[in-house]
Design a protein around this ligand. Structure first.
Ligand code: PEP
Length: 255
């Protein structure tokens, strides 16, 4: 299927960065750049910035996302935020299964599946992260790892539900390290994820799915990565924190 028929989405993942005044300044700087973009534009911000981001993006083409959510609806889960709490605020997207959640906060494929289900049931769109670690790539098991993560994350989800899932292929060794997958490596794994989705559902569902690359994508390497036939935009950490850098990615994804 022609890549132009899928929506390329550039999503920023601010991680644990930006106080409210800093967030306000960044969003105000981003709005004019986003207005010129024809790709999807999402900013996933810390919980403390959600209200600011929603208010400042009203009437613009920037969608707001959270960086995680819990799988239960409510209850004794100190420090957690439910999917319903996010939708009630007007949040549209949520990142699930980011490798930093998996590495530092004990996230597993099973909890990723539970969080994905809860988010979709609450009406959120999910940016689901999958990706191999360096040792796994070196061992030649990238496809096995990525297939397993994808299959478990999507377990029990209908075709209709996964129309609201974007998958971000994020090789762990490329996140925040300055090491980027080559455009060929990024495309190869994004295409493999698409095949995996086609086997689980059908080709049309897989062809319609936005599959992003993430891992040190920046204003210098974005053009080549985003031109790949199976790369439909990016999940961007570091370069999403500087409006002028993020703007270059929006421009490239809009071509
Ligand atoms: C990320 O956090 O998802 C990410 C890709 O980070 P960076 O762009 O900084 O590598």
């Amino acid at each position: 299927m022609n890549k132009a028929l899928r929506q390329a989405i550039i999503a920023g993942n601010w991680k644990m960065n930006k106080t409210r005044p800093e967030a306000k300044a960044l969003i105000e700087a981003l709005v004019p750049y986003a207005e010129k973009a024809s790709c999807g534009v999402v900013i996933c911000v810390p919980y403390t910035n959600l209200e600011t981001a929603i208010a400042l993006t009203q009437g613009t083409n920037i969608k707001v996302g959270a960086e995680n959510c819990h799988f239960e609806k409510s209850g004794a889960f100190t420090g957690e935020i439910s999917a319903d709490m996010l939708t009630e605020m007007g949040v549209e997207y949520v990142i699930i299964g980011h490798s930093e959640r998996r590495q530092y906060f004990g996230e597993t494929d099973i909890t990723v599946n539970k969080r994905t289900k809860a988010a979709l049931e609450a009406g959120l769109k999910v940016i689901l992260c999958v990706g191999e670690m360096l040792e796994e790539r070196e061992q030649g098991i990238t496809e096995e790892i990525v297939a397993l993560q994808t299959k478990i994350a999507l377990m029990g989800l209908t075709k209709e539900q996964i129309a609201n899932v974007v998958i971000a292929y994020e090789p762990v060794w490329a996140i925040g390290t300055g090491k980027t997958a080559t455009s060929a490596q990024a495309n190869e794994v994004c295409a493999f994820i698409r095949q995996t989705v086609a086997k689980l559902y059908d080709q049309a569902t897989a062809d319609a799915m936005t599959i992003q690359y993430g891992g040190s994508m920046n204003e210098n390497n974005a053009a080549e990565l985003l031109a790949q036939p199976d790369v439909d935009g990016g999940l961007i950490g570091g370069a999403s924190l500087v409006a002028e850098k993020f703007a270059v990615l929006l421009e490239e994804a809009s071509k």
